[in-house]
Write a protein that binds this ligand. Sequence first.
Ligand code: GLN
Ligand code: ZN
Length: 446
Amino acid sequence: NNLWIAPSCSLLHSPQDLAVEEKLDAEIKSWMAFAAQKLVELGVVKQALAHGKDSVKEAIAASDAAAADRATNKKIHNEAVQKRVADLPEGADQRKSPFAERIKAQQAWMNLPVLPTTTIGSFPQTTEIRQARAAFKKGELSAADYDAAMKKEIAYCVEVQEKLELDVPVHGEAERNDMVEYFGEQLAGYCFTQFGWVQSYGSRCVKPPIIFGDVSRPEPMTVYWSSYAQTLTKRPMKGMLTGPVTMFKWSFVRDDVPLSVVAKQIALALNDEVLDLEKAGIKVIQIDEPAIREAMPLKKAQWDEYLAWACESFRLSSTGAEDSTQIHTHMCYSEFNDILPAIASMDADVITIETSRSDMELLTAFGDFKYPNDIGPGVYDIHSPRVPTAAEVEKLLRKAMEVVPVERLWVNPDCGLKTRGWKETVEQLEVMMEVTKKLRAELAAK
Ligand code: GLN
Ligand code: ZN
């Protein structure tokens, strides 16, 4: 009489009702439960406790059948993918040479000035871009017209960067709705809901993709757009990917294999993309990992194990890349101080981080730790439309020059620019370039 039963936690983070999903594959649907379905299951448990297991025979049998099917179904289980992860040879996650040698091979062809400049990837996602995508999805805009519209955006974005003389341009990510969804839509093992919204924080809601099965990459995902962007400039175009941890952390993830396996599968899919980009002549590639800190287990005792496979997965995604191919990574604001050895073990040639809002405080930690590879501390806050003064940017950059050897220092904003408008974006980057050129001249005169 005193026994209460309830779900193990709030339903706040479950999507509401699986029954309203019209486009999900019926089999995949049979393996899932959203909030409404979980409550029906709770009712089954109650019934079983109150009236005996026999009274819910059918519900239990249906559940057992779904679980048995899920354990073997070919939609989930891809032997080739599983084998590829299981058979990874010793050292598969290591670049060909250590950073000191790689950076020489990279500098030999990139010919960058001191304090090279770049951005984090996205440029303004304007209303026109979002309208074009919505019209394309509704079938109101043809594939050819959508393609042309995106190319026009990319061309404009590259032209702006040419004028600014940014050393390592990007294509601007106009074709991406979201940095996880864009890749999820092209990877096997991912599916999407129509109405699976959940609260993310405050009044913000997201509709995370679902990783239901083994992940692989049927076709190149970014080569088309990055190659097009590269035809528009002689400067090295930076390709842009989302890293394995961020790819699973911002999705709903299957619970029938360890997260480390999911991460490695995604890493190998990304690795296919890295090698295809390289083949297509894109030899600077950024693999964003903003969620690496967020995915840390709550219990400190589990950190080392997590960081080992998370960083291994990151390294796996660029395995086999030539020494001369420059791998970047980017992380948003995070408390990194206690995990710096792990961040360094990711062995990206260049890391860009948020540092402007904290007045370079984080950078001091990287400096004290003697972070071994190239580093680009953000020199202005992209979260505000405000254009910083040259004096402010100069102060931050000079601070950075005190803690990072100048030959390893990059100059960039502190995150992607997609939430900004074009006007302030250009003005902000102009200030960044003006200050960089001033300090370059000063260094040359020394
Ligand atoms: N490349 C992404 C962008 O520029 C990175 C976003 C992020 O750090 N969250 O938008
Ligand atoms: Zn960021």
